[in-house]
Write a protein that binds this ligand. Structure first.
Ligand code: AHR
Length: 499
């Protein structure tokens, strides 16, 4: 192992943008055991009076989610929201064609609203653009957001909810570019339908913000033309363009995998360019931002057909150290792209493609759980444009990339800042000098690190805290300079305060 040298230059006046709190969102789909046995598990000894898992809610609160997207996902495109409201004993049991599972509808929109309140998160609902009509999309907004005195608002009241939910964020369909999607459309047909749906939805409630389906990933044959065409059709009724992306170390090429931030940034850059093009082409004054509302590592848990049972074990990943370091880079990218990226939802929050898994009487957290928690609790205020001088790491997929992947935030209100650093080298540590370029006096109050020697290391039920963030000695600064040795395969968070 070598010890190399690097510098990180920080200037709190060199700002990128304010950090949208909605970047720390999650996604809960009726898929596998995310809702049933994850969020809602009335038979568990850990359930509350609503049937919600107390241990899961506590962990979600700890992760400080700002927003939760629901109910899907591919599930959405065959879902009738009316099946999930009203008396539970009258709700139909249906076949969910997307995941070949049995859907009991015991958890629906109103239960989801209660759940969001319990975990202090805003809801982000989605309307079905597969089998669903623009009328049903509009009705759902009326049901959720109109006070009273109309058919749908009064139905909500009849269901025991006197006050409107006032849901602000609405996804107009899910992955409609994908041939796997129920009711898949081409870009033009989808763009027209989404435009009409969003128009009606906004007439119901002009306060709502809509999210248009973008490409399902950057490997789609139709990417990024899909995005351009759909945006051209629905620009004025759209507030955000949705991005989805799942990463994985498919070829067991850890060096390349640990440089995944390059792909993430390219994806954002291309779509930012597409937004700029469409805005200019339409001579519009309206702005559309990006919503990365499905992102996660997903390549190990490949069970995707439910076998027509309730709550099958689908896509249950076990995340290791290298996956956690990819998540840290992803969140660094969120901060570095915070001028255009305003919403992000990890897919998903529990059990299905998720960094925590339940059994009836227990909950296990993967290393990446702790990475998300670090960002969501500490990245506040403005993101900073840090400059990094670091040695390069050779990769097969991306050529040479910087050994360090860095982001930083500074909150003027509290005068606190945070630096997030990944050392992506598998072999070398790096003595990293932290250099303040503005005149401010700062001290580093706390430092935490998640690291290990084995990129494949995981937490398990016997050793649930093998890979977690641990407090480490905070480096001392003198006249705006200090140094820290960052071990290989590490994620470090430094919390600083102006003095
Ligand atoms: O999150 C799992 C699935 O991945 C979602 O249902 C779909 O939108 C995506 O393909």
């Amino acid at each position: 192992m070598l010890n190399l040298n690097a510098q990180i230059f920080i200037d709190k006046n060199r700002k990128i943008s304010s950090i949208s709190p909605l970047l720390f969102g999650g996604f809960a789909e009726h898929m596998g055991r995310c809702v049933y046995e994850g969020i809602y598990d009335p038979k568990s000894p850990l359930a509350d009076a609503n049937g919600f898992r107390n241990d899961v809610m506590e962990a979600l609160r700890d992760q400080a989610y700002s927003v939760i997207r629901y109910p899907g996902g591919n599930f959405l495109s065959g879902y009738n929201w009316l099946d999930g409201v009203g008396p539970k004993n009258q709700r139909p049991v249906r076949r969910d064609l997307a995941w070949q599972s049995i859907e009991t509808n015991q958890f629906g929109t109103n239960e989801f609203m209660n759940f969001c309140k319990e975990i202090n998160a805003d809801p982000m609902l989605a309307v079905n653009m597969g089998t669903g009509s623009i009328q049903s999309a509009s009705d759902m907004v009326e049901y959720c957001n109109v006070q009273e005195g109309t058919y749908w608002s009064d139905l909500r009241k009849k269901h025991g909810i006197p006050q409107p939910h006032n849901v602000r964020y609405w996804c107009v369909g899910n992955e409609m570019d994908g041939p796997w999607q129920i009711g898949h459309l081409d870009a033009e047909a989808y763009g027209k339908k989404a435009h009409e749906a969003a128009k009606m939805m906004k007439w119901q409630d002009p306060q709502i913000k809509t999210i248009l389906c973008g490409s399902s990933n950057d490997k789609m044959d139709t990417y990024p033309e899909w995005d351009r065409v759909a945006l051209e059709m629905a620009w004025e009724q759209t507030d955000y363009l949705s991005m989805h992306y799942y990463a994985g170390n498919h070829e067991n090429d850890t060096d390349s995998y640990l440089a995944s931030a390059v792909s993430f940034e390219n994806f954002v850059d291309t779509l930012e360019g597409t937004l700029q093009y469409v805005k200019a082409n339409r001579r519009s004054n309206h702005d559309v931002y990006l919503s990365w509302d499905e992102w996660q590592v997903w390549y190990k848990g490949d069970q995707m057909e439910g076998g027509w049972v309730e709550a099958p074990h689908l896509a249950e990943e076990v995340y290791n150290l290298e996956d956690a370091l990819v998540v840290a880079q992803w969140m660094n990218v969120f901060l570095r792209k915070s001028h255009i990226l305003k919403i992000a939802c990890v897919a998903q929050i529990v059990n299905t493609i998720a960094w925590m898994r339940t059994k009836s009487d227990g909950l296990l957290k993967d290393p990446s759980y702790y990475v998300f928690k670090s960002f969501s609790n500490h990245a506040r205020g403005e993101s900073l444009d840090v400059q990094v001088n670091a040695p390069l790491v050779e990769t097969k997929k991306y050529d040479a990339v910087s050994m360090l992947d860095v982001s930083a935030s500074f909150d003027v209100a509290t005068q606190q800042g945070t630096i997030f650093v990944v050392n992506r080298s598998r072999s070398d540590s790096v003595t990293t000098e932290l250099i303040w370029q503005d005149d401010s006096q700062v001290k580093i109050e706390n430092a935490w690190q998640l690291s290990g020697t084995d990129p494949k290391a995981v937490n398990d039920w016997d050793t649930p805290e093998r890979v977690i963030t641990k407090s480490i000695p905070a480096p001392t600064l003198s006249e705006g300079r200090g140094a820290i040795i960052l071990p290989p395969l590490s994620f470090t968070m430094l919390k600083l305060q102006s003095i």
